[in-house]
Design a protein around this ligand. Structure first.
Ligand SMILES: [Zn+2]
Length: 258
């Protein structure tokens, strides 16, 4: 009797295990594969990524929808994870170029008395050719883009726009240009801009950072100063400069970079 009961118990356990396996396989079959990737990525990122309709995304790339004080997490700009860092740089240059060429308040700020934006676009494209995605030191995780080294002065012949180029121009792989989060962390970075409108890592923030760097290069039409003051090793001045650019370019960034 004891023996029979033991066998029965053993069979019951087998059935339970089998039932569990069948259920697991059924769940695997029913859930779309993308959702499984989604769940896996959420664990990796440590975040519950949802869009406004509750759909799970499967990356931790952030973008800003401009509507509230919190970034959304997801492939917000249509497949962002498929862009390499260098491609994101090229896209930010293209967005900044479109912003300058659309002739809004931002273009007026950058023209600063020059008769066209052609010289600014020339400076931007020269900057774009130099910019490379690289790791900066771990105490520079708040630095999006950094330019340093020897300067070369350039005059754009058609309208005399003067600008400079630095020997080194780097977009920090671990900085706010590429990610809303600090490296290896689920801590969200501060938002960027005069109204904190843009999540770090968003396309708008990338365009804003690109324009900020460009403003360091272009000399005012009257000669002398550059469009914004130098801010190396001065985070407060850097923020002030970003706010200056955002104030001039906010509407144009919203119109182009999304
Ligand atoms: Zn700066």
């Amino acid at each position: 009797m004891t023996q029979v009961r033991r066998n029965t118990t053993r069979n019951g356990k087998k059935r339970a295990v089998l039932f569990g396996v069948v259920c697991f396989i059924l769940v695997l079959l029913v859930l779309p594969i993308s959702q499984w990737i989604s769940y896996a990525m959420q664990i990796t990122c440590g975040l519950d990524g949802t869009d406004g309709e509750g759909t799970y995304y499967w990356t931790c790339v952030s973008y800003d929808d401009g509507s509230d004080g919190w970034p959304y997490y997801g492939g917000g700009d249509g497949g962002d994870p498929y862009y390499s860092n260098q491609e994101k740089i090229a896209r930010a240059v293209a967005d900044a170029r479109a912003i300058l060429q659309r002739g809004g308040a931002c273009a007026t700020f950058f023209k600063d008395g020059y008769d066209s934006t052609d010289g600014m676009v020339n400076a931007l494209d020269s900057l774009g050719e130099k910019l490379a995605s690289q790791d900066l030191s771990s105490n520079e995780n708040d630095v999006g883009i950094k330019q340093w080294g020897a300067e070369t002065s350039v005059t754009y012949a058609p309208n005399g726009t003067q600008y400079r180029l630095f020997d080194n121009a780097v977009v920090n792989n671990n900085g706010p240009f590429f990610s809303a989060f600090y490296p290896g962390s689920s801590t969200v970075r501060p938002r960027i801009g005069s109204t904190s409108a843009y999540a770090a890592g968003s396309r708008q923030a990338q365009a804003l950072m690109m324009l900020h760097e460009l403003a360091h290069l272009i000399r005012k039409s009257g000669g002398g100063d550059y469009l914004i003051p130098g801010d190396g090793d001065d985070p407060d001045q850097s923020k002030t400069n970003t706010n200056t650019i955002d104030a001039a370019c906010h509407d144009d960034i919203n119109a182009v970079a999304h």
